[in-house]
Design a protein around this ligand. Sequence first.
Ligand SMILES: [Zn+2]
Length: 133
Amino acid sequence: MLVLNIAPVALPHIDLLVMNFKGIFICRPWLFALLPNPPLAMVIFPFILLKDKQLKNFPVLLNHEYIHIKQILELGILPFYILYLLIFYVNWIIYRDRHLAYLNICFEREAYANDTNLDYLSKRGFWAWRNYR
Ligand SMILES: [Zn+2]
């Protein structure tokens, strides 16, 4: 009997490369022209959309978006966006205010609480957003 013993191949350098991915910048995306109130920045993985090229000079803003990139890499693209929207709509029912609903999404709470700490991503624990519910 032939037994194939296929163990998962550990490629730590590739894991490290993937987990340190920080997004691809797109400045002044056409999508923002369609929005009545476009944000300064937004992550549509793997892209970081910036309202203006000058925003690349704002480390706190970039750090905020990098935190989202990390959350997405850990959780998976689709689960992240599904959970993000689900929490947003639940919050909207609870707070009856769109902005409050957005600010209280655990992913945003983690990002806003730590975006001024530029070392945060190097020390952050796995699925750290769970601590911001
Ligand atoms: Zn955010």
